[in-house]
Design a protein around this ligand. Sequence first.
Ligand code: ADP
Ligand code: 5GP
Length: 189
Amino acid sequence: MARVFVITGPSGVGKGTLIRSLREQIPELELSVSATTRAPRPGEADGVDYHFLSDAEFQRQVDAGEFVEHATYSGRRYGTLRAELERRTAAGSPVVLEIEVQGARQVRAAMPEALQVFIAPPSLEALRARLVGRGTDDPRDVEARLRVAEEELTAQDEFAEVVVNDRLEDAVDALTRIVRAALDQAPRR
Ligand code: ADP
Ligand code: 5GP
């Protein structure tokens, strides 16, 4: 009965790229805007790409129980706001969360009905090339993300669905098929 979709996997594997294409295929799918304490990258807008929060504000919202899940990733905090998710599900929209593995585990515990898809790279070398090619993280950050990635890749067996993002079009097709099949089984009430 999945109307909430968790897309997880290492940084740079192509989650954001895949979700953009997925939403072109299935326009009713809405993306939950996460909160983070990291700085905006050039071109990122507050409230669109993330809700950019100070450490103090993030902690205040943790203490107030406003997060469905939250995690520290590469020294920064990230989390899914309950209000973001509930506003969309209450309106009947299927929702996608793009989150890292620790957060996906928390969602699995809190919302076992959510469908979780792990996006895997064809190889660690390909992942490195994508992180470097994206050009948004300095070399130290790329290395830190790759160290986390090695750990995250060992977790992929935990996930109901795994899609290898080798050829982008194939991965988009696979992900779209998975989400369509779940929505067909759990139509809007
Ligand atoms: P994530 O959201 O998982 O961090 P992105 O969607 O930002 O990853 O993708 C990281 C980089 O890899 C981007 O520059 C993107 O264009 C590129 N990319 C995504 N999918 C593929 C693919 N199948 N083959 C080659 N490059 C890809
Ligand atoms: P980035 O800094 O590249 O935008 O994101 C770093 C990592 O944090 C990515 O793996 C991304 O999926 C993850 N992330 C983004 N939003 C959230 C969130 O709300 N919760 C969790 N747990 N991870 C998130």
